[in-house]
Structures are given as structure tokens and as C-alpha cells.
Design a protein around this ligand. Structure first.
Ligand SMILES: Cc1cc2nc3c(=O)[nH]c(=O)nc-3n(C[C@H](O)[C@H](O)[C@H](O)COP(=O)(O)O)c2cc1C
Length: 351
């Protein structure tokens, strides 16, 4: 097994394109995420030598993690799985197949959630993809799916993945049509969990202690995967880990919360710099995410927006772009420091 699910409940960081690069995954891990995944790596891209996977698919400090593959063809996905597991050995522990991404540029090429529309028996039905990948990959294989409108159909799909050899499945409790709207349906995930013997990881709308508590009580799943609530806020894993230990939400003052967020951001920036990721990451947007929910967040976002405008990115080499972004992250860190101090000052005045 790629993860020791006896340590229940596990907290997973969701695979997220343009978010879960190695530096972000590393910070999330240090904050308490039990397991993390790469951004989706396109099987055809990897098979044709696209450097994307190499830039974003590795693990810092050899921390165990999962590789997520997106593709539209069982042979291509299987070939990429066999190549990726060798390339990222030994830290990569599992191959996860993206069968849930609803974004039109992905589904219109038959990838992601489009796979869930394939007929049983077709080569590219999710179960046949898992079967084929299991034949060629040495690592365990898992699948990340969405739900159908029809509960029975969802259970049938989940069982077919188990029968095909999946070591675990992750279910995002929304249909493809819902994209990210409405609420995730945890009841159907509970029904799937009852039917399967392999670990089931719940995904969708885990945002805080209360949602985690409700989801665990309702579903008894083996893992809980967090996506959007961790963007710009890897500290959510610290909070939830502490909650699982003590049974009570952590009380933390605003200045402390601010400083933790600023420290996590600095740590993240150091990782981007140290591992040559700066040319590949829009650091301004990522920094904006880190202001989410903090006092003065609007003011900070406006300020960050005005900092060190990059000149014509298209004409910059990777090295030049990295140098530009290094200046930018220095200035962004100063903004966080300035406002963290302001927060502490005003907090003490109020006391
Ligand atoms: C910016 C972004 C990028 C995402 N990229 C991926 C991806 O690469 N692979 C994947 O399986 N799901 C991807 N997802 C979906 C998430 O993994 C997750 O299923 C979804 O956000 C629901 O969980 P949440 O309610 O905790 O956010 C992405 C979601 C977001 C918001």
C-alpha cells in the first residue's frame, strides 16, 4: 500500500494544476498533510518528452508522494505510468489517474471526467485503464473520480475500479456537470465506502474542523482530500491535525495567524527559488492567495499587484525570469512583514 491507512483519518492534499508544485507540496507536508500529489501530468506530453513533468513532478527531500496522470488513452497512460514511476523513483509511491477533471480544455480531448462517459468494455473505460496501468506499473494504481447523478452508477463504477486492481479511490462528491458549484454529496461517498474493501478517500468541501468532523462521522472514509481550502493556506493541515489530536479547534490570535501565513509563504518562496521553480510559477498570483482571509487582505493584494512589474515575460529567458521573480518575492515578503507588524500593533492597542 502506498500509504498506511491504519493511521486514520489521513489528510491528503488534492492534486491541483498550477498549485501543487514540489515547493507547495513540501510546505503542505511540513504543515501536516499526510500525502500529496503532483499536478496532473499529461501522458502524451510526458511520452513525447515535454519537460513539464520533470519540472513539477519531483519530490523535495524524498518525501513520499503520488504522481497524477491525465490522458485519454489506456496505452498512452500506461506508457507514461511506467516511465514516470522510474523517473521519480523511489519517492513516488503511487500512480493516480485523473478521471474527474471537468474543465472543457481537458474533457474535449477525452481526458479527465470524459473518461467516465466511456462505455463499460471500451478500452478507455476507467476500469480498463486501471487494469492496463496495473499490468505495466510496479507502483500501486489509484483513480480519482467524480460522482454520477445516478448513485447506483457511481457505486458500479467504484466497484469496477476495485475489481480492476485499484489500490484506493478518491471520490469528489460532485458530478462533472456541477464543476465546482453546489455542495459535494458526501452521502453517496458513504455508500461507496460501504461497498468497497479498498480505501476510499473523500474529496469536496473539506474546509475546516467542522466539515472534517461531519464528513468523518457521515462516511467513515479512510482519507480526506483537501483542495481549494489549502490554496494559499497550507496551515489548514496544521489546524486539522491539531483538531484530530485534541478534539477542539485551535484558538490562535490574529497576529499569530498572520505570522504563520507569512512564514509559510516565505518557506514556499525559498523552495521555489532553491529548486529552480521560479520561471514556472506565477508568484504574484500565489502570493495573492496567501492573503485570503487575513486582515488587510484587500490592501495587500492591491499593493502586491503594483510591485515590480515584470517586463514582457515572453522575451525573458528562464534565468532572467527567475531573477525578476526573485526581486518580486523579496518585495512581497516585505509586504507580508509590514502588515503582520501592523496587525500585531493594532491587536495590542485593542487589548
Ligand atoms: C486550481 C485547481 C486545479 C485543479 N487541478 C486538478 C488536477 O490537476 N487534478 C485533479 O484530479 N483535480 C484537480 N482539481 C480538483 C481538486 O483536486 C479537487 O477535486 C476539487 O478542488 C474539490 O475539492 P475541494 O472542495 O477540497 O476544493 C483542481 C482544482 C482546482 C481548484
Amino acid at each position: 500500500m502506498f500509504y498506511d491507512f491504519s493511521k486514520k483519518p489521513a489528510l491528503f492534499l488534492a492534486p491541483m494544476a498550477d498549485v501543487t508544485n514540489p515547493a507547495f507540496r513540501h510546505v503542505a507536508h511540513l504543515c501536516g498533510a499526510d500525502f500529496t500529489y503532483t499536478e496532473m501530468i499529461h501522458s502524451d506530453g510526458f511520452n513525447h518528452g515535454d519537460p513539464y513533468a520533470k519540472n513539477r513532478g519531483f519530490s523535495i527531500d524524498g518525501i513520499p508522494y503520488g504522481i497524477q496522470i491525465v490522458g485519454n488513452d489506456s496505452e498512452s497512460i500506461a506508457k507514461a505510468a511506467a516511465g514516470l514511476e522510474k523517473f521519480f523513483a523511489p519517492a513516488a509511491k503511487v500512480i493516480d489517474i485523473n478521471m474527474g477533471c471537468p474543465s472543457p480544455p481537458i474533457t474535449k480531448t477525452g481526458c479527465g471526467a470524459a473518461l467516465m462517459a466511456q462505455d463499460f468494455g471500451s478500452e478507455n473505460h476507467p476500469a480498463n485503464i486501471v487494469r492496463r496501468v496495473c499490468e505495466v506499473a510496479e507502483l500501486p494504481v489509484t483513480a480519482k473520480i467524480r460522482i454520477y447523478k445516478d448513485d447506483e452508477k457511481t457505486i458500479r463504477l467504484a466497484k469496477s475500479l476495485e475489481d480492476a486492481g485499484a489500490s484506493a479511490i478518491t471520490i469528489h462528491g460532485r458530478t462533472r456537470g456541477q464543476m465546482y458549484s453546489g455542495n459535494a454529496d458526501w452521502k453517496i461517498i458513504a455508500a461507496v465506502k460501504k461497498e468497497l474493501s479498498i480505501p476510499v478517500i473523500l474529496n469536496g468541501d473539506i474546509v475546516d474542523e467542522k466539515s472534517l468532523q461531519t464528513a468523518t462521522e457521515l462516511t467513515n472514509c479512510d482519507g480526506y482530500m483537501i483542495g481549494r481550502a489549502a490554496i494559499g493556506n497550507p496551515n489548514i493541515f496544521r489546524r486539522l491535525k491539531s483538531y484530530l489530536k485534541t478534539g477542539a479547534p485551535e484558538i490562535i490570535s490574529l497576529p499569530d495567524e498572520f505570522e504563520t501565513r507569512a512564514a509559510d509563504l516565505n518557506h514556499y518562496f525559498s523552495g521555489l527559488k532553491q529548486y529552480d521553480l521560479l520561471p514556472h510559477v506565477n508568484v504574484r498570483a500565489h502570493a495573492q492567495w496567501f492573503t485570503k482571509g487575513l486582515p488587510y487582505s484587500r490592501e495587500m493584494r492591491l499593493k502586491i499587484n503594483e510591485l515590480h512589474k515584470e517586463i514582457k515575460i515572453r522575451h525573458l529567458s528562464d534565468d532572467e525570469l527567475a531573477a525578476e521573480r526573485e526581486s518580486l518575492i523579496f518585495e512581497i515578503s516585505n509586504v507580508f512583514e509590514e502588515y503582520a507588524e501592523k496587525c500585531r500593533r493594532e491587536y495590542h492597542e485593542e487589548m
